[in-house]
Design a protein around this ligand. Structure first.
Ligand SMILES: Nc1ncnc2c1ncn2[C@@H]1O[C@H](COP(=O)(O)OP(=O)(O)O)[C@@H](O)[C@H]1O
Ligand SMILES: [Mg+2]
Length: 264
């Protein structure tokens, strides 16, 4: 469970103070798939960085499984991230001098995870990149690079996956593939998935959709009191009728997994 209590983030801006997040209260249960939408500059990345413990709030508290991360020192935070959190960024963040396999392997070796070579091989298989394992990032397409970064994010078997516009640099077909993979891992492993996206169709497939605007929650599909009536979509293709598509997606993901298991 991730809990945010009166979370606030301010930054100095010249002589003034800019408030990026205004006193946010949120509670995200284990295994939930939450999408976060909102216009550029609404505070989405800031929020994700705070949950990841990569940034410190000005006020308020975040607890992960009851542990207050906002009062932890850097070493404890790094240890917590290593145990529980995987992160995927829009721009992949792969190391260009390492192959796909090494990009997945090396962090596991640094973390001292046993059986790292075999785990790295299996993770690359999970993202359908076995044939590309020994290619360097520059030899891979954007979609393939993002799949490597997903394999890497899952190397510590995280209970929480944070993804900041992971499909933002991909065309719709590759974006969908990357999204399907994250959804599959969320369903199979019960991973809590917090996904920032500009794609309202993908966002609508989540268990819960949170809309931010100017650093405030202006819509939360799981909360009847807030509703989404005061939310204006920031793109013209907002389509919240994701129920059927969601089922189809899950079926497709399950079928793909069964097929792969059958091939073993
Ligand atoms: N370290 C910082 N210093 C000053 N302004 C910042 C800093 N980080 C973010 N901001 C500002 O805070 C706002 C929210 O940023 P961000 O969380 O990146 O939004 P989003 O991810 O929704 O596009 C933006 O106006 C951005 O310019
Ligand atoms: Mg952002």
């Amino acid at each position: 469970m991730i809990e945010l209590y009166r979370l606030r983030k301010e930054v100095p801006s010249g002589a003034e103070t800019l408030t990026i997040l205004h006193s946010l209260d949120l509670s995200i249960p284990d295994g939930q798939f939450v999408s976060i939408v909102g216009p550029s500059g609404s505070g989405k990345s800031t929020l994700l960085g705070l949950i990841a413990g990569l940034d410190a709030p000005t006020a308020g508290e975040i607890t992960i499984d009851g542990e207050a991360i906002t009062t932890m020192d850097e070493d404890s935070l790094a240890a917590l991230r290593g145990r529980k959190i995987g992160i995927v960024f829009q721009s992949f963040h792969l190391i260009s001098s390492l192959t796909a396999y090494e990009n997945v392997l090396v962090p596991m070796e640094i973390a001292g995870l046993g059986d790292a070579p075999e785990r790295a091989r299996r993770l690359l298989e999970d993202v359908d990149l076995t044939a590309r394992a020994h290619h360097y990032p520059s030899q891979l397409s954007g979609g393939e690079q993002q799949r490597v970064s997903i394999a890497r994010a899952f190397s510590n078997d995280p209970s929480i996956l944070l993804a900041d516009e992971p499909t933002g640099n991909l065309d719709s077909k590759n974006g969908r593939h990357v999204f399907d993979l994250m959804l599959k891992l969320n369903r199979q492993r019960g991973t809590t998935l917090i996904l920032i996206t500009h794609d309202h169709e993908l966002a609508a497939l989540a268990d819960r959709r949170i809309a931010l605007r100017d650093g405030r929650v202006v819509g939360d599909s799981s909360s009847s009191s807030e509703g989404e009536t005061n939310e204006t979509p920031d793109t013209d293709h907002a389509n919240d009728d994701g129920g059927v598509a969601g089922d189809e997606l899950l079926e497709a993901a399950t079928a793909a997994t069964a097929e792969r298991q059958g091939r073993r």
